[in-house]
Design a protein around this ligand. Structure first.
Ligand code: DQA
Length: 170
């Protein structure tokens, strides 16, 4: 059995108020509820999911540095920071494992200022307008890519013929 892959899910400002915050836009589920189901979904997918939320830019940057230093995959909803925060974008750019950007709402169908993300150029993929399914789909992609890369490692291993195989030398 392979060890679970640690994954950070990082949520930015105002997302701690999900459930109470404009439910017609962001849904009725609370952050705690979403976090709990992402942890459970991760367990099913062989991922150890750590969900964090902050309204503080300094915390978010330190978590992204942690992901960069430990080469951890990240799913990030930078919330309003997406649209203007170059320090968050610079921290995302340092991550070497996959990073997926999630927005619960379809930012392209909303106000003009939400249609551009300064973070998007530095991520592997963006999931927009799918509600909390966006996080689950990003987890599924991380798990699927991990399995596929492990499969490729096996395929790339040089074939051992029975003649070369020390185990069959007697
Ligand atoms: C959001 C969209 C942002 O424009 C907004 O500032 C948020 C949430 C989303 O998940 O749809 O806080 O990132």
């Amino acid at each position: 059995m392979v060890d679970p892959q640690p994954v950070l899910v990082l949520n930015g400002p105002n997302l701690g108020r999900l459930g109470r915050r404009q439910p017609e836009v962001y849904g009725r589920r609370t952050h705690d509820d979403i976090a709990e189901s992402l942890v459970r979904r991760g367990e099913e997918l062989g991922l150890s999911v750590d969900v964090r939320q902050t309204d503080s830019e300094a915390y978010m940057i330190s978590w992204l540095h942690e992901a960069a230093d430990q080469e951890l995959p990240v799913i990030i909803n930078p919330a309003a920071w997406s649209h203007y925060n170059i320090a968050i974008a610079d921290a995302v750019a340092q991550c070497t494992a996959d990073v997926y950007e999630v927005h619960l709402s379809n930012i392209h169908a909303r106000e003009e200022f939400r249609r551009h993300s300064v973070v998007s150029p530095y991520v592997n993929g963006v999931l927009v307008g799918l509600g909390t399914d966006g996080y689950e789909l990003a987890l599924a992609v991380i798990a699927w890519r991990r399995q596929r890369s492990e499969g490729q490692v096996h395929q790339l291993r040089p074939p051992v013929s029975p003649v070369d195989d020390p185990a069959s030398s007697d």
